[in-house]
Design a protein around this ligand. Structure first.
Ligand code: BES
Ligand code: MN
Ligand code: ZN
Length: 495
């Protein structure tokens, strides 16, 4: 996207559309900025009640202006209901409507004047709303069938912002490019993002950004390392597993290092405990945590953040076949603990447990955050707009929740309730991997916690509800959302 700024209305360049934001007042719309120059255009639609300023509503007017032949009145909803996310959502609604008009490719934007929210934040939020919704995944569509493809907006120009504010918008763009990168991976066919291909994608990041180094463990190395749980999940798969490690060293003077561990199940059939029809169709999303972990490293490197992070992604398919791991069998983890497999569909916690153990043994993290589409239970509990946060450290809990509030990737604090550890006891092994439906997302988190060393600050984000949407919503398109990357970059920027 070409993002520019001009200092005054007079200096603006030609564009396909000029955007004027409005509030919804008592039954009428009211300009959210001083825009007397265009009053003759919007006077009637506003006075007549044709345009009320409801959140996300757009009214197109055709003008005889030199620089734009169209004006869009954009509703921001009621002023008393204002929140930062209203700006993202309203401008996302604008983009959705604009993209359906195939002839609109460029916008001139006059900014709403909002008390308490600084001009630079307003611009950044608008930019985020526009960029997050200016995305579609068209790689699997037939080239000649242009019908099904919506054109992308190519250019936006802010009127009346300074260079520092424009730079902030450009930073948002760099960040959101990594969100696109993660969405593309998640939306891809499962077989086109095998562990090997995911590893290659990580190596590509390292080629582009010299401060990123990758290490890939293949099946042989995993066997040598005795990563018995990752190998067990991989048994039914046609493709070998991988442990993908991408390290970004952005602050060599610091010993702090955040490990970001992402579930990398490239497709989850459930294994021998096969998922039924209706539950399997979205399961290419099961590497969303891994995509977010690698996407965060990519974004941090692209932004040159002053921090050290290491992304760790245990990658495999959870497939069904003659060699699949079996319910009732016991496997030894990398950490040494043995696990009775009571359900082969509880595979995420198995691969994560080995990754957590490996990370602590070799990568010297000072704290760990894992992201995983881990349980259907979290979707039941929190729906599609909140991820579950499980954390053993108060400061980390607060910082992550604050970051999520800022980026609107909301986190809800869930309990690591000690007594439920009982449920994971096995008569023939040190633990079992699944404990039935009650408190399903809690017992999954407790399973992971058993592999975290005493004293290590650790957070687990269950993103099963938020990573992949069957319907587009606000600035999230259909399917992959890229959840977690903006949140973690926000978190890492303040530590
Ligand atoms: N990948 C699934 C969880 C999931 C569900 C992700 C819905 C996205 C949307 C996970 O591996 C799984 O199958 N979990 C089981 C655990 C159970 C067998 C203990 C579940 O949630 O049913
Ligand atoms: Mn599963
Ligand atoms: Zn899974």
């Amino acid at each position: 996207m070409d993002i520019t700024a001009v200092s005054t209305l007079e200096k603006r360049k030609e564009a396909d559309l000029l955007v004027l934001p409005f509030w919804q007042e008592e039954k009428v719309a009211k300009p959210a900025l001083a825009c007397h120059d265009f009053e003759s255009y919007f006077k009637f639609p506003v006075a007549s009640g044709d345009f009320l300023g409801k959140e996300g509503h757009c009214l197109y007017l055709y003008t005889s202006e030199e620089k734009e032949k169209r004006i869009a009145l954009l509703g921001l909803g009621k002023k008393k209901n204002f929140s930062e996310d209203v700006l993202r959502r309203s401008y996302a609604a604008l983009v959705k409507s604009v993209r359906a008009h195939k002839s609109i490719k460029s916008l001139n934007l006059l900014l709403p004047e909002i008390e308490k929210t600084q001009e630079n934040r307003v611009s950044q939020l608008i930019c985020e709303g526009i960029l997050l919704s200016n995305y579609s995944f068209d790689q699997l569509k037939e080239e000649s069938l242009k019908e099904g493809k919506l054109p992308l907006l190519e250019k936006i120009s802010f009127i009346g912002i300074d260079k520092a504010t424009l730079d902030l918008c450009k930073k948002s763009e760099i960040l959101i490019t990594s969100v696109y990168w993660a969405r593309d991976l998640v939306n891809q066919n499962a077989d086109l993002k095998s562990p090997k291909i995911l590893a290659e994608a990580a190596v590509e990041i390292a080629k582009e950004y010299p401060r990123v180094k990758t290490t890939i463990l293949g099946k042989k190395e995993l066997e040598k390392e005795k990563m018995g749980l990752l190998l067990a999940v991989n048994r039914g798969a046609a493709q070998d597993p991988a442990l993908i490690i991408a390290e970004y060293n952005g602050d060599p003077s610091s010993k702090e290092k955040t490990a970001i561990i992402g579930k990398g199940i490239v497709f989850d059939t459930g294994g021998l405990n096969l998922k039924p029809t209706g539950s399997m169709e979205t399961m290419k999303c099961d590497m969303s945590g891994g995509a977010a972990a690698l996407g965060t490293v990519r974004a941090a490197a692209a932004l040159g953040l002053k921090c050290n992070i290491v992304a760790v992604v245990p990658a495999t398919e959870n497939a069904m076949g003659p060699s699949s791991y079996k319910p009732g069998d016991v496997y030894r983890s990398h950490a040494g603990k043995t696990v009775e497999i009571t359900n082969t569909d509880a595979e995420g916690r198995l691969v994560l447990a080995d990754a957590i153990s490996y990370t602590q043994m070799y990568l010297n993290p000072t704290r760990m955050i894992d992201l995983a589409t881990l349980t259907g239970a979290i979707v039941v509990a929190l729906g599609e707009e909140m991820s579950g946060l499980f954390c053993n450290n108060k400061k980390l809990t607060e910082a992550l929740i604050a970051a999520g509030d800022k980026t609107e990737e909301l986190l809800w604090h869930m309990p690591l309730y000690d007594k439920y550890k009982e449920k994971l006891k096995s008569p023939i092994a040190d633990m079992k991997n699944s404990a039935g439906r009650p408190g399903g997302s809690i017992t999954a988190a407790l399973f992971l916690e058993a592999f975290v060393k005493e004293g290590m600050p650790w957070a687990h984000l269950d993103i099963a509800g938020t990573a992949y949407l069957e319907q587009p919503k606000g600035y999230n398109p259909t399917h992959a959302t890229g959840v977690g990357i903006r949140l973690l970059i926000e978190f890492l920027s303040h530590e």
